[in-house]
Write a protein that binds this ligand. Structure first.
Ligand code: UFG
Length: 333
């Protein structure tokens, strides 16, 4: 069945891959994005409304013009370090902005909501694999802003009948196989793109933040998940909300941890011997947990979700195809 979907933040990295998948599966999509981080080119032929979640009139106008079945919300600020320095901006954008969006949905009578949450809500893990019920102790305002909305959605489910699914992503990486969309943050802070940009000479080497963690080789361990596997879980959420009222949460990862060194080694195998990845070891980055690996059993069991590209080298390979010839963003030629 065709659904009409509003994708907030559809011009960003994860949002644009979601838009692709929704369009490819026959849904009608409108993107709402302030383009502060996103790229207009990433949206393709889908209608784009340029607007901000803090502008309640702009939100009211988009809901008045269209009859949506569900809202997917990817429009957030995501830099952990920045959130520590400017918590006001993070809470205003990520919390107030989302409350405005939920208000506009309620006025328009739209009751299905899919929300991008994060592994950052858990803080330092107490178990090797992190399941949905793991204690929540975010280490920074970014993580707290996401956890607050998870709690809001629980309450809005009870009080207003809003059906919601929250996905806690572990480390999103990779790009669409078409090579037409990919990761294009400015500045880029994530490990996989920074490794590849260093190999391409697009940045002055790579700094690895700390090698004295309590892990196999001293560098941090993360669970990398292909961007299209994140999108396919969101797609499954649409049908799930039809039959499951209330608020639901799912962790999304592959359940395999790779250290920062292992990611560099895997990237080395993907890009071949004739390119160096110049790097230095620097101090720890504040707010980094040593290890974050997902237990995604619930998503597999309840959504019938299964990642199609779980192998780290294949994930990096799709990112490499994109970064060698980005169609937009700071390194587009
Ligand atoms: N890292 C480096 N050098 C870099 C970039 C990253 O050493 O140039 C390291 C980080 O210190 C960390 C690992 O690589 O150990 C992964 O870092 P990323 O920035 O790629 O990803 P994070 O794990 O910090 O962040 C991701 C999401 C956030 C989310 C967080 C949850 O991007 O939105 O997971 O912990 F909050």
């Amino acid at each position: 069945m065709t659904a009409r979907i509003l994708v907030c933040g559809g011009a960003g990295y994860i949002g644009s891959h979601m838009v692709r998948q929704l369009v490819e599966t026959g849904h009608e999509v409108v993107v709402f994005d302030n383009l502060s981080q996103g790229n207009v080119e990433a949206v393709g032929d889908v209608p784009l409304v340029r607007g901000d979640l803090l502008d309640r009139d702009a939100l009211a106008a988009v809901f008045a013009e269209h009859d949506f079945d569900a809202v997917y919300h990817f429009a957030a600020l995501i830099a952990v370090g920045e959130s520590v320095a400017a918590p006001d901006i993070y809470y205003r954008n990520n919390v107030t902005g989302t409350l405005n969006l939920l208000d506009a949905m309620r006025v328009a009578g739209v009751n299905k909501f899919v929300f991008s949450s994060t592994a950052a809500i858990f803080g330092n893990p107490q178990t090797p694999l992190i399941s949905e019920d793991h204690p929540k102790a975010p280490l920074n305002p970014y993580g707290r802003s996401k956890l607050m909305i998870e709690q809001v959605l629980e309450d809005y489910g009870h009080a207003f009948g809003i059906r919601s699914v929250c996905f806690r992503y572990f480390n999103a990486a990779g790009a669409h196989p078409s090579g037409e969309i990919g990761e294009a943050h400015d500045p880029e802070t994530h490990l996989v793109p920074n490794v590849l940009l260093a190999a391409l000479g697009e940045r002055e080497g790579l700094e690895i933040f700390g090698d004295d963690y309590d892990t196999s080789d001293g560098t941090c361990v993360r669970d990398y998940i292909h961007i299209d596997d994140i999108a396919s879980a969101h797609l499954a959420a649409l049908g799930y909300m039809e039959t499951n009222p209330g608020a639901h949460v799912f962790n999304l990862g592959n359940g395999n941890g790779f250290s920062n060194r292992e990611v560099m080694e895997a990237a080395g195998r993907v890009i071949g011997k004739n390119r160096e990845i110049p790097y230095t070891i620097g101090p720890r980055r504040p707010g980094d947990a040593a290890t974050l690996v997902a237990d995604s059993t619930r998503a597999r069991a309840e959504l019938g979700w299964a990642p199609k590209t779980p192998e780290i080298e294949r994930i990096i390979d799709t990112a490499w195809a994109w970064h060698r010839a980005p169609k937009y963003g700071p390194f587009a030629k």
